[in-house]
Design a protein around this ligand. Structure first.
Ligand code: 1OR
Ligand code: 1OR
Length: 411
């Protein structure tokens, strides 16, 4: 009697084995769990559309669940990532976003994200003509938007072409929670409140003050709007329609996932997050490069970002009076952060100005997350951060115990 081997089993096990050999995971069971979860999620994402042949899913799956340690390669000798290579990558390697547990609506999901879709790509991109003055204002509003930071110049130009202006007055509902997502919004001017409804009660959770962007979540993950955004002054917004957002930003995010997922998996800070939440972190981060001695954070500044060191070293310094009598200040080194370590969390957690400065030592790359994403995604990591913050106080005492000590350190 012969036992029939199910179709696809050999390929499935082979693909898994290859990934294990490539990654050499310490915890094989955890790795297997993540591998097959991702495989299943990918299948769920694609299933309703039947875009791909699924006669034999294993080879395709092997591509989809690619744990290749690309993040390690980014950190190569010269510290430069090869974005250009990525541009030419076959779309077939695109990794669908992990479906999150908030997905509620079939109607929204039915338009699930599939940047491989040729038909969508054949459509000409939307263009809203603008005067020079409008384009100038638009560029100024967009220059610091993290979601745009990883775009190449052509993609950025396509995004700017597609954006259109919308004016609002106090009380306007820009977004209502649970609606389907239509646009992504970049704030040029105006203030806006953010409300979240939970258990029937609507609560103001935060606000935007003349800068920032919102409305990306529903477009990225095909979920209903997660919050209500109401203008609290007259304002001007730049809008990017859903289709263009998906064709350019979401597709670009898929590249980011391939680049950073392995690195993100190694960060001790994020261990309290679920895999899908860690992937959301990848979606909102952007990579910034700093040259030797460049200031990354200035003590006393207002804070809007959180940083994780991707490569190089970051020197943390604090200002102190040189002696008790003199007003003269000097900067004292208090810590060094290297690959995988984070900084810039203190001001965000305490809602105070930056407690210290940060400088690049040599060429440095950091992953940067804005304050809203930090608050939204890193709640579960707060315990680890707070423990670390408690240590600062202790170290502060020993480092700045006496002015003699400081003088010794600075000499
Ligand atoms: P969206 O497309 O879901 C509402 O539409 C937007 O509000 C959302 O994208 C975000 O861009 C923005 N939770 C969820 N969405 C938020 C939040 C938020 N803040 C801004 N948005 N939280 C507040 C974090 C400061 C978490 C509340 C529990
Ligand atoms: P931030 O948002 O205040 C500066 O911006 C960052 O430097 C801060 O967050 C921390 O992430 C980081 N005290 C204060 N900030 C520190 C310290 C620190 N170390 C790193 N940062 N220490 C006590 C002061 C002597 C720790 C010394 C080892």
């Amino acid at each position: 009697m012969s036992i029939e081997i199910p179709q696809g089993l050999t390929e499935l096990l082979q693909s898994f084995t290859v990934e294990v050999l490539r990654n050499q995971p310490r915890d094989l069971l955890e790795f297997a769990l993540q591998y097959f979860t991702r495989l299943k999620e990918r299948e769920t994402t694609e299933a309703p559309f039947g875009q791909h042949e699924r006669q034999n899913s294993a080879p395709r799956a092997a591509k989809a669940v690619n744990f290749i340690d690309e993040a390690m390669q980014i950190d190569s000798e010269n510290g430069e990532e090869d974005d250009d290579d990525d541009d030419d990558e076959d779309d077939d390697e695109f990794m669908a976003p992990v479906i999150n547990r908030f997905i509620r609506r079939a109607s929204v999901c039915a338009e699930a994200f599939n940047p491989d879709e040729d038909e969508e790509d054949k459509e000409p991109l939307v263009t809203h003509p603008k005067t020079d003055e409008q384009r100038q204002r638009l560029q100024e509003a967009c220059w610091d938007i993290l979601l745009f930071k990883n775009l190449d110049p052509e993609e950025m130009s396509q995004v700017l072409d597609a954006m259109f202006e919308k004016f609002c007055v106090d009380g306007d509902h820009i977004i209502d929670q649970d609606d389907d997502g239509d646009n992504f919004y970049v704030i040029e001017s105006g203030t806006f409140n953010i409300f979240v409804r939970a258990d029937g009660a609507e609560k103001k959770v935060s606000c935007y003050d003349n800068r920032g962007s919102f409305g990306e979540l529903a477009l990225m993950y095909n979920t209903p709007r997660a919050a209500t955004i109401i203008a609290t002054s007259t304002g001007a917004l730049w809008c990017l329609d859903r289709l263009t957002f998906r064709r350019i930003i979401v597709k670009n995010n898929a590249k980011k996932r391939r680049l950073y997922e392995a690195f993100i998996e190694t960060l001790p800070l994020l261990t309290s997050l679920e895999l899908s939440e860690r992937m959301k972190v990848v979606d909102v981060i952007s990579s910034r490069t700093y040259s030797d001695s460049q200031q990354i954070i200035a003590q006393g500044d207002l804070a809007d970002c959180f940083y994780i060191v991707e490569s190089g070293q970051v020197r943390i310094t604090m200002k102190r009076s040189r002696t008790k009598k003199e007003q003269e200040e000097e900067e004292v080194d208090i810590a060094m952060c290297s690959r995988g370590q984070y900084f810039g969390e203190l001001a965000l957690v305490t809602n105070k100005p930056r407690a210290a400065s940060a400088y690049a030592v040599g060429s440095v790359k950091c992953l940067v997350m804005d304050v809203k994403a930090f608050e939204r995604l890193l709640g579960p990591c707060m315990d680890i951060m707070k423990r670390n913050i408690a240590n600062y106080e202790e170290q502060l005492k020993s480092l700045f115990g006496s002015s003699t000590e400081i003088e010794q350190q600075s000499s």
